[in-house]
Design a binder for this molecule. Structure first.
Ligand SMILES: C[S@@+](CC[C@H](N)C(=O)[O-])C[C@H]1O[C@@H](n2cnc3c(N)ncnc32)[C@H](O)[C@@H]1O
Length: 409
């Protein structure tokens, strides 16, 4: 493996965690477990000297941090994601609203939020939703959703209220995301308080809109698409700031299963997204199209052989092999849609399995070069400790989180 320039920038360590977003206007409306922060995007925009003439791409848009942070700086940006929840979240955050109209709509919606009106959910939901929101809980969530649907308003306004509703589901769900998994819990919440929580969320969102002053205009977009095959013409972007899923087995269609099947997809569609997602979890089995040009890095083959000898299960071995193939396909696509001279930042996290470190950043650098990009450097921003269980078995082995910087030459 070629030696790539490695720079330490641990002062950025908080910027690759979602925590700071939870206090930031608009960003806080919905945060993904692996979101990075707006400071990171702002810093890269400043470092690269991007202006309103540039155009940033985020092919793994998640909660839309890159798009909203780019909007805050007045730099046009486009995002894609496989998850409709990610696309709704990002779209609602970057839309320009007429605030007085939203406030009027909110008043008329509130008049119709009458718990006594709702008897049974308007449709049947997948079992996960019915178990996570049993009885009155689903009845009230469904009742509010129906009220939003039946109140006349524009689509972008309906999206605003729908996101407010979906975002409070974790407060009531009996299935909560802890790390990468859903855990079943007992909640002492009362379904009668759901309209109140919804009102608090809408009021908080309206307050954020009143206090924010980002750029506006038709320069920020987001759509559902696969990062390995973007609906974009060649040479359209001057920069990329993105973070593909980490190879940590977390499956967003499970973490957000209740939200997805409450508001967007049925069970079969959810499973299709699960299969088609980046091979960062063992249940993915994506259809990939043309994979020409990829050669599995020698270092990766050694790691996989070592893991096989240690008894690693085949599903994880094929996940890891597929993960780096997907990394190649998305980097190849990034190269195609970027102009010459484009600056590209891939935020990645190293991993370890059975005590064997996997240098995702260095492998990504090598794979990016296979895809025709030039790796300028790897910026190490954070070291994460391994789990207590792994530490007990293999000792302390912190994993690096890094920004792999490429240029299209
Ligand atoms: C680490 S998260 C991105 C977080 C984002 N940077 C933020 O700040 O919120 C990775 C995202 O990649 C999406 N994803 C997974 N497979 C994908 C694919 N094949 N194409 C596009 N997006 C995909 C996931 O749905 C998830 O939203």
């Amino acid at each position: 493996m070629a030696p790539y320039a490695l720079e330490d920038r641990l002062s950025w360590r908080w910027w690759v965690t979602p925590k700071p977003l939870k206090d930031k206007p608009i960003h806080r409306w919905f945060v993904f477990p692996h979101s990075f922060t707006s400071e990171l995007v702002h810093a890269l925009i400043d470092e690269w000297g991007l202006t309103p003439k540039d155009r940033i791409l985020d092919p793994f848009v998640g909660a839309g941090t890159t798009l909203l942070a780019a909007k805050e700086k007045g730099v046009p940006a486009t995002g894609y994601d496989l998850l409709p929840l990610a696309v709704l979240t990002s779209r609602v955050k970057i839309t320009d609203y007429q605030i007085p109209r939203l406030v009027d709509l909110w008043h008329s919606l509130q008049k119709n939020l009458d718990l006594t009106q709702w008897s049974l959910p308007s449709k049947s939901y997948p079992p996960l939703v019915e178990q996570a929101l049993p009885g009155d809980f689903l009845k009230v969530f469904d009742g509010i959703a129906q009220t939003i649907t039946s109140t006349p308003m524009f689509d972008h306004e309906r999206d605003f209220f729908s996101l407010a509703l979906v975002s409070i589901i974790p407060q009531y769900s009996k299935a909560v995301a802890t790390g990468g998994w859903l855990k079943w819990i007992h909640t002492k919440k009362d379904a009668k308080s759901i309209p109140n929580s919804f009102a608090n969320k809408v009021n908080m969102m309206l307050e954020d809109l009143n206090n924010s002053s980002s750029g506006n205009g038709p320069f920020w977009h987001v759509r559902v698409a696969d990062a390995r095959k973007l609906p974009e013409k060649d040479a359209n972007f001057t920069a990329v700031i993105t973070s593909p899923p980490y190879p940590n087995r977390h499956d967003y269609t499970r973490i957000f299963g209740v939200e997805l099947m409450f508001g967007f997809l049925d069970w079969v569609e959810t499973r299709q997204v699960r299969y088609q997602s980046f091979h960062s979890h063992p249940e993915a089995r994506p259809l990939r199209g043309n994979i020409a040009g990829y050669a599995q890095p020698e270092r990766l083959s050694q790691i996989l052989n070592g893991l096989k000898k240690k008894g690693m299960i085949p599903r994880i071995l094929s996940m890891l092999a597929g993960y780096f193939l997907d990394m190649y396909l998305s980097l190849r696509e990034v190269r195609r849609v970027c102009q010459k001279g484009a600056q590209i930042a891939f935020i990645v996290g190293n991993a370890q399995y059975l005590g064997e470190p996997i240098q995702v950043d260095e492998l990504t650098a090598e794979i990016g070069e296979q895809a025709g990009l030039l790796c300028e450097k790897i910026i190490a921003v954070r070291f994460r400790g391994n789990s207590a269980q792994q530490m007990g078995k293999y000792g302390r082995l912190p994993s690096r989180e890094s920004i792999v910087i490429f240029k299209k030459n």
